[in-house]
Ligand binder design. Structure first.
Ligand code: ATP
Length: 226
């Protein structure tokens, strides 16, 4: 029997800015599933929300600083290099061409998972990848799934992580992680009111990222970059 190739796992996001919620999520899943790495994929032009506050170059620079602390996390900037909306289905299609037989693992927070039915060509995602979903603090998963996701959740949900590593796509795994109640929105709000010192002391984002934000005067009220 031929062994399955190594899995390719990715966490997409605006990362505006990256914080320990993202980093712990990716690293906890990596450890729990025994993956050698997880790719963090910053969104260029996000389809589901307004333009990010910080520019793509700043968000990428902050991500690169953040992953230094996490040897198993790498930055994949393909969506920033691609023109047009950053549709996940396009990113997964590209990865599928690069890794024809590998399990692809799409990591999603519960809020992102619940919003899947509004994503471009969302029903194709399960042909391309597995989904690993974690509960975000305050977001109960199963009870809050929208109608179109329920049959998919029931049909595709697996409880054994090994199943994800034994086939290329199609399963959903709910992975518990230690929750961290932080969002980029809350961080931006705090930065806009000059709360850098408080953020630093609460350890919500890497100190190198906070120093970068200070240096470039990001997220100050009225300073939104294009
Ligand atoms: P914003 O507040 O600007 O919407 P965010 O902090 O939610 O940003 P995103 O870049 O939108 O971050 O999220 C990327 C992915 O990371 C999504 O799948 C999201 O659910 C997940 N995520 C973000 N914060 C956390 C967290 N604290 N715990 C677990 N998952 C998270």
């Amino acid at each position: 029997m031929t062994a399955m190739p190594a899995p390719v796992a990715l966490l997409g996001g605006t990362f505006d800015p990256v914080h320990y919620g993202h980093l712990r999520f990716a690293d906890d899943v990596r450890r729990a599933l025994g993956l050698s790495e997880v790719r963090l994929v910053p969104t260029g032009d996000p389809p589901h929300r307004g333009s990010p506050s910080a520019s793509a170059a700043h968000r990428l620079a902050m991500l690169r600083l953040a992953v230094v602390e996490f040897p198993g996390l790498v930055v994949d900037d393909r969506e920033l290099r691609r023109a047009g909306k950053s549709y996940t289905v396009l990113t997964l299609t590209e990865l599928r061409h690069e890794f024809p037989d590998s399990p692809l693992l799409l990591l999603l927070g519960a809020d992102a998972f619940r919003g899947l039915p509004s994503w471009h060509r969302w029903d194709e995602l399960f042909d391309l990848a597995h989904v690993v979903v974690v509960e975000r603090p305050g977001v109960k998963l199963e009870a809050t799934l929208p109608e179109p996701l329920l049959p998919i959740w029931r049909d595709r949900r697996v409880r054994d992580p090994k199943i994800l590593l034994s086939r290329p796509a199609g399963a959903i795994l709910a992975q518990p992680i230690s929750p961290l109640d932080v969002s980029a929105t809350k961080i931006r709000e705090q930065l806009a009111t000059g709360g850098n010192a408080a953020l630093n002391s609460r350890g919500l984002l890497p100190p190198e990222v906070l120093a970068y934000i200070d240096l470039h005067h990001l997220y100050l009220r009225g300073s939104d970059a294009p």
